[in-house]
Design a protein around this ligand. Structure first.
Ligand SMILES: Nc1ncnc2c1ncn2[C@@H]1O[C@H](COP(=O)(O)OP(=O)(O)OP(=O)(O)O)[C@@H](O)[C@H]1O
Ligand SMILES: [Mg+2]
Length: 347
């Protein structure tokens, strides 16, 4: 019975790759094998005898190696409703909503546990995509999440750009995260998907059939195909997360913002998620070289690109090449690696 599920998952992977016009890469094959075995193990554990749930997997590698594709395909192919897929940004938004903490008050651990429990419901498998941790707040929430998951015997499948020991790279906070790193290393099987190719940079990716990939980067003064520039009278306040944001226009499923309003003013990831829920196309004009932005502006832009790519929102960027003017060896360029890989998909 579990062999059947394993074989079905292998077939599902092959079909999913075929549908997108590629084949599983040799660097991805061990992950396909392991995820297929996991499907078999889950089927066995869910059977009559309720055995121990199978162990958790930590899939990591550089940007664009197909990690999200691997775990999303696995998720899609699992024949159960007791599964949940969460993106990192989504997780934090839901957690903060669930915890309902006062603006600057501390998050209480028990409240986090409650929120995590609510978030999980009766799910047995949690796919947690694009996991990272960058500050002390993240460290605390993620530590609770992992402990709760392991206690509740949920099978966790995560992806990350960092090996466990490289999580929370900031030396200021790294020590706070060491207990969680040890927990991950002890309790999760680590899979390295570090092939030589960033698939987003392959020419055919620009077509791909995905909405995000059908967006574009356009020079200042030009317009996305078929669209007129917003008239002053089209300016409108658009509902985001717990506030409104000043858009230059909202036309059906399309919303148009200036870079300053969306990335330099104090917006946040939950705002982008709210926009992505309502709009299928985002136009952002006045895009500067990121080298000329504030650090917060850069981070917001990177988060916006992440959310649009994950939610498959078509993105048009009008203005400068965001990545121009960054020295080849700058730390900034490394931080913007994920963004650069995603932007490579836009025409
Ligand atoms: N074997 C493959 N051949 C060609 N394209 C692939 C292959 N596997 C995945 N892709 C495509 O490559 C693109 C990038 O994949 P994906 O988003 O899964 O990368 P990732 O490893 O999650 O990157 P990141 O670390 O930046 O989140 C997707 O469009 C995906 O469909
Ligand atoms: Mg990914």
């Amino acid at each position: 019975m579990s062999e059947k599920h394993e074989e079905l998952m292998r077939r599902h992977f092959r079909a999913a790759a075929g549908q997108r016009g590629f084949t599983v890469d040799p660097a991805q094959q061990p992950a396909v094998d392991r995820l297929s075995r996991l499907a078999g193990e889950l089927a066995r554990a869910g059977g009559l005898f309720h055995r121990r749930p199978p162990g958790s997997l930590y899939v990591w590698g550089p940007v664009g190696r197909g990690k999200s594709w691997l775990v999303d395909t696995f998720f899609e192919g699992l024949p159960t409703t007791r599964k949940r897929r969460l993106h990192f940004h989504d997780f934090f938004r839901r957690l903060h909503d669930g915890v309902g903490r006062p603006a600057d008050g501390p998050v209480h651990a028990s409240a986090v546990d409650r929120a995590v429990a609510e978030l999980l419901g009766d799910c047995r498998v949690l796919v947690f995509d694009e996991f990272h941790a960058h500050d002390a707040g993240d460290a605390m929430l993620v530590a609770r999440l992992f402990r709760t998951l392991l206690e509740r015997r949920v099978t966790l499948v995560t992806t990350s750009n960092y090996p466990p020991a490289g999580l929370m790279p900031d030396p200021l906070y790294h020590h706070l995260f060491e207990p969680t790193i040890r927990l991950i290393e002890q309790r999760m099987e680590v899979l390295d998907v570090s092939g030589p190719v960033d698939f987003r940079r392959l020419p055919h990716q620009a077509e791909g059939g995905r909405r995000f990939a059908s967006g574009a980067r356009l020079p200042a003064g030009t317009l996305p195909p078929g669209l007129a520039a917003p008239e002053p009278g089209e300016a409108v306040a658009v509902a985001a997360h717990l506030r409104t944001l000043p858009a230059r226009a909202a036309r059906g499923e399309l919303v148009w913002f200036g870079f300053r309003e969306l990335c330099e003013d104090r917006t946040s990831v939950p705002d982008y998620l709210a926009l992505a829920e309502r709009f299928g196309t985002v136009v952002l004009d006045g895009v500067p070289p990121l080298a000329a932005c504030t650090a917060d502006g850069r981070q917001r832009f990177a988060n916006l690109v992440d959310v649009c790519c994950d939610r498959d929102v078509r993105l048009f960027l009008i203005g400068a090449d965001p990545l121009s003017g960054l020295p080849a060896d700058s730390a900034l360029l490394r931080d913007l690696d994920r963004t650069a890989s995603r932007l490579a998909m836009l025409r």
